[in-house]
Design a protein. Structure first.
Length: 375
């Protein structure tokens, strides 16, 4: 294999694929990126056996071929090459190393055979639909903060993506929950998605996909089966295994009878919560909300650090209520709101609270549920 590629384009593609590679691997080949040069295209592939990212870019191929080399080491080398330089890659399978030259810099990196590199077989992905890049970005951004990190409840370690029949139209819904808070986002159902199975996209695949979407525009092609999902756009293809589990019936968690309504400026509340939470215990992060007519008092008491409270003018006309929340969970939700106002639908101190976007710029396609805590 022998080729010449522009350093900037090579670095960008390497950055995309190398992030899927784990820093510590018991299987040496999984630390490597597959470099495959054919005709005038250079293809880069990396996998951890659960996710596979393939990206292709233009290159001047003088001798076709393929090899594998340490993903992180190659990325670090290319990252430190001078901007605007041309990288020349040369590998001879018999020698077991890759030579990389750029200007006065010369590197020789150890290779492993291309034949040892595992390829994920996507198999048959019968359900196909397109989703706009902006919608997919929002779908991820509005839900991923609520993905559980608790490995014992593995079925919560991802975003649940499914078709849902709403009152007025069919919807594509994304839901994530860790048992303490729930995030739900929905868009009109894309054509071709009606028959797709409900699938749980793993947390790592969600994070990697979100990085790739930074520069994406236009439609993203999505293909789904019961076990795998594939996203294709531009010169990138991400394929991931799905979580083999049953997502809980999240509809049961969303209360419908909460009749105490609080309207408050979202940014004012977020800043006030952040301020008083400075005093809260690191473990519980508890903040108490004391609601009276058109007035909200936030308070924190920590026997080891002291106390804090702050008053906010709000729109609230129901009976007085005292309820506690985890400050970090509350802030996570407030930071997702697009509108100027936050609407809280409350029942009592022990029941789940619904949070909606309200006011100017509100996004009505998003709903959040927050579990209270004792304070």
């Amino acid at each position: 294999m022998r080729l010449t590629v522009e350093r900037g384009a090579f670095l960008k593609s390497l950055n995309h694929v190398q992030s899927v590679v784990e820093r510590r691997n018991t299987i040496p080949i999984l630390s490597n990126v597959l470099i495959d040069a054919q005709k005038d295209r250079l293809s880069l592939m990396a996998t951890d056996l659960d996710i596979e990212i393939v990206e292709s870019l233009e290159a001047e191929i003088s001798r076709p071929g393929a090899t594998t080399v340490s993903a992180h080491r190659l990325y670090d080398v290319v990252r430190k090459l001078p901007e605007g330089s041309q990288a020349q890659l040369d590998a001879n399978g018999a020698e077991g190393h890759l030579r990389l030259n750029a200007g006065r810099s010369k590197f020789q990196l150890t290779c492993l055979p291309r034949e040892d590199f595992p390829a994920m077989t996507a198999g048959n992905l019968p359900h196909h639909f397109g989703i706009d890049a902006a919608d997919l970005r929002r779908l991820i951004d509005k839900t991923r903060f609520a993905i559980s990190t608790e490995e014992t409840r593995y079925y919560l370690n991802g975003v649940y993506l499914h078709a849902f029949k709403g009152k007025d139209q069919a919807l594509l819904r994304a839901v994530a929950t860790d048992g303490h808070r729930l995030a739900r986002f929905e868009i009109p159902l894309p054509e071709g998605a009606a028959e797709m199975p409900g699938v749980i996209v793993p947390r790592k695949a969600v994070q990697e996909l979100r990085k790739l979407l930074d520069d994406a525009t236009g439609p993203i092609e999505v293909a789904v089966s019961d076990t795998k999902i594939r996203f294709a756009f531009g010169s990138v293809i991400l394929t991931s295994k799905l979580i083999d589990g049953t997502f809980p019936d999240y509809q049961r968690v969303i209360p419908s009878g909460n009749d105490k309504i609080l309207d408050v400026n979202a940014s004012d509340l977020a800043e006030a919560v952040d301020r008083v939470a400075t005093i809260s215990a690191e473990k519980t992060r508890a903040v108490k909300l004391n609601l009276e007519r058109d007035r909200l008092t936030l308070s924190v008491v920590n026997p080891e650090a002291g106390s804090a409270n702050e008053e906010l003018p709000v729109d609230y006309g129901a009976e007085p209520l005292e309820i506690g929340f985890n400050a970090r969970y509350l802030l996570d939700i407030l930071q997702q709101l697009d509108g100027s106002e936050a609407k809280f639908l409350l029942a009592d101190a022990g029941s789940p609270t619904v949070v909606r976007d309200a006011g100017e710029g509100a996004d009505l396609s998003t709903l959040y549920v927050l579990m209270p805590m004792r304070v």
